[in-house]
Design a protein around this ligand. Structure first.
Ligand code: GLC
Length: 479
């Protein structure tokens, strides 16, 4: 099955002027009008592909992808100074679409996806064409993370000559992304404030504000940038990053954490507290705790809430955010163990027939109407609303290795192996147990294939985890 996946991954490669630069989202031979944008290379979808390539020792496509997408970054100056693919892309694309409805794109933004329509034509999508006009906040964060993984892979292979991070165009690109994240806005928390649907969940799902997945990516990207920025080239001081990292980490660990003990504290919260010493800072009412939570949480389990805001804890369990928090070290070692305990205890609900639920539980009834805007693609237990996404196998495996719970990952991989190949690598599954191929799922979805490969490579060689763990040597951070 690994062989079949490797071949499929190869088939998904997208080229520009004869050089591999990415992978298309899906290779399903659908009629053109039904393809929508699945023929694009998505930045977030390329992450498992990129990791799989790095683990196979193929660094060139990852380097090309990083250069190519850097060339597409929104940049007022449209700097053309630089090398290789970066310079070629800047010449070809020339930032034609930098204005959306007359408004200039935020400087530093990376596209959600791009397509190459001819050797002279590249079409990036920053959300101006995407369904729902959603903003891809995660792209820049993932880009910084993949760059760090690439640099680590060069170190491991003892090929310092292949390093790219020191190049001026890369230093500028990193700083523009950090700028847009660290700039001051109308917000008073160390978390990153984003609009609705700014990441993998790119449809209305009440994931605006401070969703966990974005915070975990932000944390991981800050760590990566901490290593990537060259002091003499950078106007963003590393101390600024360190301060934000510390504040962000403490904030998430304390305020997003949910376990039986913390739930009891919420039940006893005082409300309507005025003043700086208020304990219940966001004025959360005990009545807002949904009925399913307490019975669902075993004493040994816990997880990070999906979101936090005024009068609002989103109690849904968002898988990718929780797993990334383990991988990046945003969750403490004890919290990480509790999250893995919960996955083990709630196996039938979270893993079921196909690893793994994107979020739990689904919103239903009137909640579904208000939360999704009556979205038929996100009906209960489908797609983003409680559907099961095999791509999550890679982050589950990485988190399991990090917490020394490898047996959980192995069991999940075996479950996936029962169906994935026969079912032709679907994008997602529907049903409370993930029992049927998603109603509108693409087949031959590249990140399903790549996620499966990464999970396998990690089991074969757990040292690959180093490619995505950046805070394993805290001392180095302080240097
Ligand atoms: C859907 C997913 C998104 C993914 C894209 C391409 O829009 O919600 O996360 O990047 O498909 O696979």
């Amino acid at each position: 099955m690994v062989k079949a996946a490797q071949e499929r991954l190869k088939l998904s490669i997208m080229s520009y002027q004869q050089q591999p630069v990415g992978t298309v989202a899906s290779k399903e031979p659908a009629p053109k009008e039904e393809q929508l944008n699945y023929g694009h290379c998505f930045v977030r979808d390329f992450i498992p592909s990129g990791l799989a390539f790095l683990m196979q020792g193929e660094r060139a496509i990852v380097r090309n992808f990083l250069e190519f997408t850097l060339g597409l970054q929104s940049d007022k100056l449209q700097t053309k100074d630089g090398e290789g693919l970066f310079a070629q892309v800047r010449k070809t694309w020339q930032g034609k679409e930098l204005l959306i409805d007359g408004i200039r794109l935020g400087e530093g933004l990376m596209p959600a996806s791009f397509e190459v329509t001819s050797s002279q034509n590249i079409e990036p999508d920053f959300g101006q064409r995407a369904i729902g006009r959603v903003t891809p906040v995660d792209s820049g964060l993932w880009w910084i993370i993949l760059l760090r993984a690439y640099e680590k892979a060069c170190q491991i292979a003892n090929r310092p000559d292949e390093s790219i991070v020191h190049r001026l165009e890369f230093q500028r690109g990193i700083q523009l992304i950090l700028d847009i994240c660290l700039s001051q806005r109308f917000d008073m928390t160390p978390t990153l404030l984003v609009p609705e649907a700014a990441f993998m969940i790119d449809r209305r799902m009440a994931v605006y504000g401070h969703p966990l997945e974005i915070q975990a990516l932000f944390h991981q990207a800050l760590y990566a940038a901490r290593y990537e920025l060259l002091q003499n080239e950078s106007y963003i001081h590393k101390r600024e990053i360190d301060t934000r990292l510390e504040l962000l980490t403490n904030y998430i660990r304390e305020r997003y954490w949910l376990d039986p003990k913390r739930l009891r504290a919420i039940y006893r919260y005082q409300t309507e507290e005025f003043g700086e010493t208020a304990l219940n800072k966001f004025n959360i009412y005990e009545m807002s705790v949904p009925d399913w939570v307490l019975p669902w949480l075993d004493r040994k389990g816990g997880y990070l809430a999906g979101n936090l805001g005024v009068g609002w804890i989103d109690f849904r369990f968002f898988t990718q955010g929780n797993l990334l928090a383990i991988i990046s070290g945003l969750a403490t070692p004890e919290q990480s163990q509790s999250i893995m305990n919960l996955i083990e205890i709630q196996w039938s609900k979270l893993i079921g027939n196909m690893p793994m639920k994107l979020c739990y539980p689904a919103v239903v009834g009137r909640d579904w109407e208000t939360v999704t805007g009556c979205d038929p693609k996100n009906i209960p237990w489908s797609y983003h609303n409680g559907g099961s996404w095999p791509v999550l196998l890679w982050s589950l495996t990485a988190a399991a290795i990090k917490t020394q719970r490898v047996e959980l990952a192995k069991k999940a991989i075996e479950t996936a192996e029962e169906y994935l190949l026969d079912d032709e690598w679907p994008e997602y599954y529907d049903g409370e147990m993930g029992e049927t191929i998603g109603r509108e799922a693409r087949l031959y979805q590249t990140w399903t294939i790549a996620g499966y490969l990464v999970a396998n490579y990690l089991i074969q060689n757990p040292e690959h985890l180093n490619l995505m763990c950046f805070n394993d040597n805290p001392q180095a951070i302080m240097d």
